[in-house]
Design a protein around this ligand. Structure first.
Ligand SMILES: [Mg+2]
Length: 213
């Protein structure tokens, strides 16, 4: 009996100190995400998505009104390093500081897709959930990351702050279509970038850090 008690406590000790639980431990999940992004897994996945998208856009005819919509954060620009530096939390002051510093890099594979589309003559529109006071910093950062050729950047005006992402983005695509743009594709890291009206070809860039519904 004494031995059985010892065995019970030994396995209890192992259970507690190995962090075994019924759902994944957050620290392990973060390590797994970092490993995926830094071991080449994420890059390979984005490359496949982009190559597939290029194949689809090759068969689309270009007209003077043909446009492709790009999301900004974690689509055109990568916030991975900022996210990692704050353990994948969200600190609004740091976010605004990063936007103003204009040093956020492009996701290279998405930049490759952008280059392909601009060379084919598609108009590019950036449609972002960022707020109006980030407008100038966002324009400068897009330029510094190599996105120098686009028709317009759309950000949320003050009265649009509370609209859901899918409603906001979809309503902007309706407005763009009313202004005679023919939207042939939409590129974003969230399904809320891609769902709703007038999205054309949907290109979903992977994002394992957050989800915007
Ligand atoms: Mg995004």
């Amino acid at each position: 009996m004494k031995n059985l008690t010892k065995i019970f406590f030994f396995f209890s000790f192992l259970f507690v100190y190995s962090c075994s639980q019924t759902i994944p431990n957050l620290s392990y999940v973060k390590k797994e995400v970092v490993s995926y992004y830094e071991s080449g897994g994420y890059n390979k996945e984005v490359e496949e998505v982009v190559n597939n998208a290029i194949g689809q856009f090759k068969s689309v005819e270009t007209s003077d009104s043909s446009a492709v919509i790009f999301d900004v954060d974690d689509t055109a620009l990568s916030y991975y390093e900022l996210g990692k530096s704050i353990s994948f939390g969200y600190v609004p002051e740091l976010w605004d500081k990063w936007v103003d510093e204009e040093t956020v890099p492009a996701i290279p594979q998405v930049k490759k897709l952008y280059d392909f589309l601009t060379q084919r003559g598609f108009k590019i529109i950036f449609l972002s959930g960022r707020k109006e006071y980030n407008y100038n910093g966002t324009i400068r950062n897009l330029n510094s990351a190599g996105y120098t050729q686009f028709d317009t950047l759309i950000v949320r005006s003050r009265d649009e702050y509370e609209i859901t992402a899918v409603d906001y983005k979809s309503s902007k695509r309706v407005e763009l279509t009313a202004r005679s743009y023919i939207i042939v594709g939409t590129i974003g890291d969230q399904w809320s970038d891609l769902e709703g009206s007038y999205h054309g070809i949907q290109v979903k860039i992977p994002n394992y850090i957050y989800c915007i519904e």
